[in-house]
Design a protein around this ligand. Sequence first.
Ligand code: NAP
Length: 286
Amino acid sequence: MSTTKIGWIGLGKMGIPMSDNLLKAGYPVTVYNRSKDKEEAVTAKGARTASSPASLIEHSDVVVVMVSDDRAIHDIFLGEAGLLSAKTTGKIIINMSTVSSAISREMSILCSNQNNHYLDAPVSGSVKQAESAQLVIMVGGEENIYEKVKEVLERLGKLTLLVGGVGAGNAAKLAVNSMIGFYTQGLAEAVVFAQKNNIKVEDFLTIINNGALANIYTKTKGEAILNNNFEPAFYLKHIYKDLGLARDQGLNTPLGEAAYESFRQAEKTLGNEDLVAIIKQFASSK
Ligand code: NAP
């Protein structure tokens, strides 16, 4: 039973199963979510709630943040009753959201000005991996701070890796997600192309899933395509956000530009569906 007091901010698709894993591991967990109704999923399992990020950090040793984007990070750290408005020192804040390296560096400086510590620790894997604590966690920050919280991160993932200083975790994650964007677009375009040439989608996916390109992603997203099931595991609006962040951080390459543009278009109508819903955009184009 660990005595490290965890504060958890952000109870979305990922935050709920991840914070639940820390509860299961025996950590005392206090949660904060902007929309209060989502807190019930974890309070029912023993989490306490805090009325604001400031109140949460006052009652925690380690604060984990798992929210959508740079804007959300800004609000959580610098908003009214935000994390940085609390008069605390010596806390470790782990930002696991997929955000820019720039906002991590900015928040890290503000944290250290108050003698608190910041790590960026975004994750690879989706809701299933979050539920089964099989995420891959890439960390940016100081090694001695990382060592202090490694045990907590190990309860959330199958691999945690320190990849550099603050912002390096975010850069690694944006590189991974760029590949996810390219891959999803590639799969969708290939399926639509095969179909237009009178190949059954089922047959095409069977071929893919038995060849050199077979992998868990093709299998899962192939099933989603076959079943016309675009329930979001990973929101299309989030991959659009990530491709935009990667582009701002230097991914102005042929594939980078093409994927960004495709998902930018799709986000207008398909943003709240799973990212593989991009196939609908290609299927409807002549
Ligand atoms: P989600 O279900 O959309 O949840 C987003 C969370 O952020 C919610 O708790 C939301 O609060 C909060 N939030 C958004 N804007 C906010 C603001 N301005 N102030 C305070 N809170 C705010 O997202 P998710 O799928 O859990 O993803 C969380 C992060 O993990 C994202 O950065 C995403 O890119 C990344 N990620 C996702 C996956 C995946 O498969 N889903 C995989 C790897 C990484 P409300 O409930 O009040 O809206």
